[in-house]
Design a protein around this ligand. Structure first.
Ligand code: CUA
Length: 327
Protein backbone atom coordinates (compact mmCIF):
# COMPACT_ATOMS: atom_id res chain seq x y z
CA UNK A 1 0.00 0.00 0.00
CA UNK A 2 1.61 3.19 -1.15
CA UNK A 3 1.03 6.86 -0.47
CA UNK A 4 -1.57 7.03 -3.18
CA UNK A 5 -4.90 8.87 -3.18
CA UNK A 6 -6.55 5.92 -4.88
CA UNK A 7 -5.77 3.66 -1.98
CA UNK A 8 -8.23 5.15 0.49
CA UNK A 9 -7.89 3.96 4.08
CA UNK A 10 -10.37 6.30 5.70
CA UNK A 11 -13.81 7.81 4.97
CA UNK A 12 -12.34 11.19 4.02
CA UNK A 13 -10.04 9.64 1.39
CA UNK A 14 -12.81 7.32 0.25
CA UNK A 15 -15.08 10.26 -0.51
CA UNK A 16 -12.53 11.75 -2.91
CA UNK A 17 -11.53 8.38 -4.37
CA UNK A 18 -15.19 7.57 -5.12
CA UNK A 19 -15.70 10.77 -7.01
CA UNK A 20 -12.37 10.34 -8.78
CA UNK A 21 -13.29 6.88 -10.07
CA UNK A 22 -16.80 7.84 -11.16
CA UNK A 23 -15.49 10.80 -13.15
CA UNK A 24 -12.58 8.80 -14.53
CA UNK A 25 -14.82 6.00 -15.84
CA UNK A 26 -17.29 8.54 -17.29
CA UNK A 27 -14.42 10.36 -19.00
CA UNK A 28 -13.12 7.12 -20.51
CA UNK A 29 -16.57 6.24 -21.85
CA UNK A 30 -16.91 9.73 -23.40
CA UNK A 31 -13.43 9.40 -24.88
CA UNK A 32 -14.23 6.04 -26.47
CA UNK A 33 -17.56 7.22 -27.90
CA UNK A 34 -16.33 10.58 -29.22
CA UNK A 35 -12.96 9.45 -30.59
CA UNK A 36 -14.40 6.13 -31.76
CA UNK A 37 -17.14 7.98 -33.68
CA UNK A 38 -14.61 10.41 -35.13
CA UNK A 39 -12.30 7.68 -36.35
CA UNK A 40 -15.19 5.59 -37.64
CA UNK A 41 -16.74 8.51 -39.58
CA UNK A 42 -13.38 9.67 -40.91
CA UNK A 43 -12.64 6.22 -42.18
CA UNK A 44 -16.04 5.28 -43.52
CA UNK A 45 -16.84 8.51 -45.36
CA UNK A 46 -13.35 9.44 -46.54
CA UNK A 47 -12.52 10.38 -50.14
CA UNK A 48 -10.95 7.50 -52.03
CA UNK A 49 -10.65 6.45 -55.69
CA UNK A 50 -14.15 6.17 -57.13
CA UNK A 51 -15.68 7.65 -54.01
CA UNK A 52 -15.92 11.33 -53.04
CA UNK A 53 -16.00 12.44 -49.33
CA UNK A 54 -19.55 12.86 -48.11
CA UNK A 55 -20.73 16.11 -46.59
CA UNK A 56 -23.37 16.41 -43.89
CA UNK A 57 -25.10 19.58 -42.70
CA UNK A 58 -27.02 19.47 -39.48
CA UNK A 59 -28.51 16.46 -37.75
CA UNK A 60 -31.15 17.32 -35.19
CA UNK A 61 -31.08 14.05 -33.29
CA UNK A 62 -27.28 13.95 -32.93
CA UNK A 63 -27.11 17.61 -31.90
CA UNK A 64 -29.77 17.04 -29.30
CA UNK A 65 -27.85 14.04 -27.94
CA UNK A 66 -24.53 15.81 -27.61
CA UNK A 67 -26.16 18.76 -25.90
CA UNK A 68 -28.44 16.93 -23.51
CA UNK A 69 -26.10 14.11 -22.47
CA UNK A 70 -23.14 16.33 -21.45
CA UNK A 71 -25.53 18.69 -19.64
CA UNK A 72 -26.97 15.81 -17.64
CA UNK A 73 -23.47 14.54 -16.91
CA UNK A 74 -22.26 17.90 -15.66
CA UNK A 75 -25.36 18.29 -13.49
CA UNK A 76 -24.93 14.84 -11.95
CA UNK A 77 -21.23 15.49 -11.31
CA UNK A 78 -22.17 18.71 -9.53
CA UNK A 79 -24.76 16.99 -7.36
CA UNK A 80 -22.31 14.20 -6.59
CA UNK A 81 -19.53 16.67 -5.77
CA UNK A 82 -21.73 18.69 -3.41
CA UNK A 83 -22.80 15.52 -1.69
CA UNK A 84 -19.19 14.36 -1.17
CA UNK A 85 -18.09 17.86 -0.14
CA UNK A 86 -20.75 17.84 2.56
CA UNK A 87 -19.18 14.72 4.00
CA UNK A 88 -15.62 16.01 3.62
CA UNK A 89 -16.38 19.41 5.15
CA UNK A 90 -18.47 18.09 8.02
CA UNK A 91 -16.15 19.15 10.83
CA UNK A 92 -18.75 18.89 13.56
CA UNK A 93 -20.78 15.67 13.47
CA UNK A 94 -19.35 12.88 15.61
CA UNK A 95 -15.97 14.47 16.41
CA UNK A 96 -14.31 12.46 19.19
CA UNK A 97 -11.08 14.35 19.63
CA UNK A 98 -9.63 17.71 18.62
CA UNK A 99 -5.93 18.29 18.00
CA UNK A 100 -4.31 21.66 17.34
CA UNK A 101 -1.89 21.46 14.42
CA UNK A 102 0.58 24.23 13.87
CA UNK A 103 2.72 24.43 10.77
CA UNK A 104 6.03 26.23 10.83
CA UNK A 105 9.10 26.20 8.63
CA UNK A 106 9.57 23.18 8.40
CA UNK A 107 7.70 20.95 10.74
CA UNK A 108 4.33 20.37 12.34
CA UNK A 109 3.49 20.74 16.01
CA UNK A 110 0.61 18.72 17.42
CA UNK A 111 -1.12 19.84 20.63
CA UNK A 112 -3.42 17.26 22.18
CA UNK A 113 -6.72 18.05 23.93
CA UNK A 114 -6.74 19.56 27.40
CA UNK A 115 -7.72 16.29 29.04
CA UNK A 116 -6.20 14.57 32.06
CA UNK A 117 -4.67 11.81 29.96
CA UNK A 118 -2.54 14.47 28.20
CA UNK A 119 -1.70 16.59 31.26
CA UNK A 120 1.97 17.09 32.14
CA UNK A 121 3.52 17.63 35.58
CA UNK A 122 3.85 21.37 34.95
CA UNK A 123 0.13 21.71 34.26
CA UNK A 124 0.52 22.13 30.51
CA UNK A 125 -0.73 19.60 27.96
CA UNK A 126 1.08 17.27 25.62
CA UNK A 127 2.37 19.13 22.58
CA UNK A 128 4.88 17.38 20.34
CA UNK A 129 6.30 17.61 16.86
CA UNK A 130 7.15 14.92 14.30
CA UNK A 131 4.30 12.44 14.71
CA UNK A 132 0.57 12.73 15.15
CA UNK A 133 -0.96 9.83 17.10
CA UNK A 134 -4.67 9.07 16.90
CA UNK A 135 -6.90 6.09 17.70
CA UNK A 136 -8.37 4.01 14.88
CA UNK A 137 -11.99 4.52 13.69
CA UNK A 138 -12.17 7.84 15.48
CA UNK A 139 -13.16 11.12 13.91
CA UNK A 140 -10.40 13.55 14.82
CA UNK A 141 -10.73 17.24 14.14
CA UNK A 142 -7.52 19.07 13.30
CA UNK A 143 -7.51 22.81 13.92
CA UNK A 144 -4.80 24.14 11.70
CA UNK A 145 -2.74 27.28 12.11
CA UNK A 146 0.61 28.53 10.87
CA UNK A 147 3.39 30.41 12.55
CA UNK A 148 4.96 31.84 9.39
CA UNK A 149 3.91 31.05 5.82
CA UNK A 150 1.18 28.92 4.25
CA UNK A 151 1.62 25.18 4.73
CA UNK A 152 -0.76 22.40 3.83
CA UNK A 153 -1.57 19.26 5.79
CA UNK A 154 -2.05 16.13 3.71
CA UNK A 155 -1.87 12.41 4.42
CA UNK A 156 -2.94 10.86 1.08
CA UNK A 157 -4.27 7.48 2.28
CA UNK A 158 -6.34 9.09 4.99
CA UNK A 159 -7.38 11.98 2.81
CA UNK A 160 -8.44 15.53 3.20
CA UNK A 161 -6.02 18.30 2.47
CA UNK A 162 -6.13 21.68 4.11
CA UNK A 163 -3.94 24.75 4.15
CA UNK A 164 -2.53 26.07 7.40
CA UNK A 165 -2.70 29.82 6.93
CA UNK A 166 -1.13 32.44 9.20
CA UNK A 167 -3.83 34.47 10.94
CA UNK A 168 -6.72 32.42 9.62
CA UNK A 169 -7.70 29.22 11.46
CA UNK A 170 -8.79 26.31 9.28
CA UNK A 171 -10.19 22.89 10.12
CA UNK A 172 -9.92 19.40 8.72
CA UNK A 173 -11.20 16.10 10.06
CA UNK A 174 -9.41 12.81 9.58
CA UNK A 175 -10.28 9.23 10.38
CA UNK A 176 -8.41 5.98 9.74
CA UNK A 177 -9.84 2.51 9.08
CA UNK A 178 -6.96 0.53 10.45
CA UNK A 179 -3.93 0.93 12.69
CA UNK A 180 -0.59 1.69 11.08
CA UNK A 181 1.79 4.46 10.14
CA UNK A 182 0.80 6.75 7.30
CA UNK A 183 3.09 9.16 5.55
CA UNK A 184 2.11 12.60 4.42
CA UNK A 185 3.73 15.70 3.08
CA UNK A 186 3.29 19.44 3.40
CA UNK A 187 1.49 20.27 0.18
CA UNK A 188 2.17 23.98 -0.17
CA UNK A 189 5.60 25.20 -1.19
CA UNK A 190 6.84 26.91 1.96
CA UNK A 191 10.56 27.49 1.48
CA UNK A 192 13.76 25.54 1.09
CA UNK A 193 12.78 22.91 3.68
CA UNK A 194 9.38 22.24 2.11
CA UNK A 195 10.32 18.82 0.72
CA UNK A 196 11.37 17.66 4.19
CA UNK A 197 8.22 18.86 5.90
CA UNK A 198 6.70 15.45 6.35
CA UNK A 199 3.69 14.31 8.29
CA UNK A 200 3.79 10.99 10.10
CA UNK A 201 0.39 9.85 11.24
CA UNK A 202 0.43 6.92 13.65
CA UNK A 203 -2.90 5.18 14.12
CA UNK A 204 -3.27 3.01 17.23
CA UNK A 205 -5.84 0.32 18.06
CA UNK A 206 -8.35 1.93 20.43
CA UNK A 207 -7.32 -0.27 23.34
CA UNK A 208 -3.67 0.74 22.95
CA UNK A 209 -4.15 4.46 22.58
CA UNK A 210 -4.16 5.25 26.27
CA UNK A 211 -0.99 3.20 26.70
CA UNK A 212 0.66 5.30 24.00
CA UNK A 213 -0.55 8.48 25.72
CA UNK A 214 0.99 7.27 28.97
CA UNK A 215 4.38 6.63 27.35
CA UNK A 216 4.32 9.95 25.54
CA UNK A 217 3.41 11.70 28.77
CA UNK A 218 6.20 9.97 30.72
CA UNK A 219 8.67 11.01 28.02
CA UNK A 220 7.44 14.60 28.02
CA UNK A 221 7.45 14.76 31.81
CA UNK A 222 11.05 13.59 31.87
CA UNK A 223 11.91 16.45 29.54
CA UNK A 224 10.32 19.04 31.81
CA UNK A 225 11.81 17.76 35.04
CA UNK A 226 12.10 20.89 37.26
CA UNK A 227 15.74 20.06 38.01
CA UNK A 228 16.74 20.74 34.41
CA UNK A 229 13.98 23.19 33.54
CA UNK A 230 16.27 26.18 33.01
CA UNK A 231 18.49 24.30 30.61
CA UNK A 232 15.56 23.00 28.62
CA UNK A 233 13.96 26.43 28.39
CA UNK A 234 17.25 28.00 27.38
CA UNK A 235 17.73 25.39 24.65
CA UNK A 236 14.18 25.76 23.36
CA UNK A 237 14.43 29.56 23.30
CA UNK A 238 17.62 29.62 21.25
CA UNK A 239 18.51 28.88 17.64
CA UNK A 240 19.18 25.23 18.65
CA UNK A 241 15.59 24.28 17.76
CA UNK A 242 16.05 25.40 14.16
CA UNK A 243 18.50 22.55 13.55
CA UNK A 244 17.92 19.84 16.16
CA UNK A 245 15.02 17.59 17.03
CA UNK A 246 14.32 16.49 20.57
CA UNK A 247 11.27 14.27 20.45
CA UNK A 248 8.59 15.34 22.87
CA UNK A 249 9.52 19.03 22.67
CA UNK A 250 8.97 21.84 20.24
CA UNK A 251 12.49 21.32 18.87
CA UNK A 252 11.94 19.72 15.48
CA UNK A 253 14.78 21.00 13.29
CA UNK A 254 16.13 18.69 10.64
CA UNK A 255 19.48 20.22 9.74
CA UNK A 256 21.58 18.87 12.60
CA UNK A 257 21.59 15.50 14.35
CA UNK A 258 18.61 14.48 16.46
CA UNK A 259 19.29 14.94 20.15
CA UNK A 260 16.43 12.94 21.65
CA UNK A 261 18.84 10.42 23.18
CA UNK A 262 22.07 12.37 22.85
CA UNK A 263 23.31 11.28 26.28
CA UNK A 264 23.12 7.63 25.21
CA UNK A 265 25.20 8.15 22.08
CA UNK A 266 28.80 6.97 21.87
CA UNK A 267 30.06 10.28 20.52
CA UNK A 268 29.07 13.74 19.34
CA UNK A 269 30.35 16.15 16.71
CA UNK A 270 30.34 13.36 14.14
CA UNK A 271 32.62 11.17 16.24
CA UNK A 272 35.14 13.85 17.17
CA UNK A 273 34.17 13.97 20.84
CA UNK A 274 33.70 10.83 22.89
CA UNK A 275 32.28 9.92 25.36
CA UNK A 276 29.20 12.08 25.67
CA UNK A 277 29.76 13.60 29.08
CA UNK A 278 29.57 16.98 30.73
CA UNK A 279 33.10 18.01 29.76
CA UNK A 280 32.77 17.14 26.08
CA UNK A 281 29.28 18.60 25.68
CA UNK A 282 30.48 21.83 27.29
CA UNK A 283 33.55 21.99 25.09
CA UNK A 284 31.47 21.41 21.96
CA UNK A 285 28.70 23.93 22.65
CA UNK A 286 31.18 26.59 23.75
CA UNK A 287 32.86 26.75 20.36
CA UNK A 288 32.01 24.06 17.81
CA UNK A 289 34.22 25.32 14.94
CA UNK A 290 37.24 25.21 17.28
CA UNK A 291 36.61 21.52 17.93
CA UNK A 292 35.69 20.59 14.39
CA UNK A 293 36.68 23.12 11.71
CA UNK A 294 34.04 23.50 9.02
CA UNK A 295 31.18 22.17 11.14
CA UNK A 296 27.71 23.47 10.33
CA UNK A 297 27.11 24.20 13.99
CA UNK A 298 27.95 27.83 14.70
CA UNK A 299 29.43 29.33 17.82
CA UNK A 300 26.35 30.86 19.44
CA UNK A 301 28.48 32.77 21.98
CA UNK A 302 26.46 31.49 24.91
CA UNK A 303 27.34 32.47 28.45
CA UNK A 304 28.96 29.89 30.74
CA UNK A 305 25.74 29.69 32.75
CA UNK A 306 23.65 29.07 29.65
CA UNK A 307 26.03 26.36 28.50
CA UNK A 308 26.04 24.74 31.94
CA UNK A 309 22.21 24.70 32.10
CA UNK A 310 21.86 23.30 28.59
CA UNK A 311 24.43 20.59 29.23
CA UNK A 312 22.66 19.55 32.46
CA UNK A 313 19.49 19.11 30.43
CA UNK A 314 21.17 17.32 27.52
CA UNK A 315 22.64 14.83 29.98
CA UNK A 316 19.10 13.73 30.89
CA UNK A 317 18.31 12.87 27.27
CA UNK A 318 18.95 9.17 27.67
CA UNK A 319 17.29 6.02 26.49
CA UNK A 320 15.22 4.08 28.97
CA UNK A 321 16.88 0.86 30.18
CA UNK A 322 16.53 -1.87 27.54
CA UNK A 323 15.04 0.56 25.04
CA UNK A 324 14.86 -1.18 21.68
CA UNK A 325 15.51 1.70 19.29
CA UNK A 326 18.30 3.37 21.28
CA UNK A 327 20.87 4.89 18.90
CU1 CUA B 1 5.35 23.54 4.84
CU2 CUA B 1 5.60 23.08 2.51
Amino acid sequence: MGPWPNDPLGPQARASADIYWIMFVAAVIVLVIVDGGLIFAGFKFRARPGHSAQQFHGHNFLELVWTVVPTLMVISFSVLSFEKLNVMNDNHTGVDMTVQVQGQQWSWLFSYPKEDRFKLIDGSYLSVGEELHIPVDTKVLLQLSSKDVIHSFWVPNIGGKKDAVPGRPTELWIQADKPGTYKGQCYEFCGTGHADMLVTLVVHPKAEYDAWAKTALAEANRLIDPATKTGRETFLSLACVGCHTVKGTTAAGKVGPELTYVASKKSIAGGVLSPVDEANLTKWIKNPPAVKPGTAMPNLNLSDTQIHDIVQWLLTLKCAPNQANCP
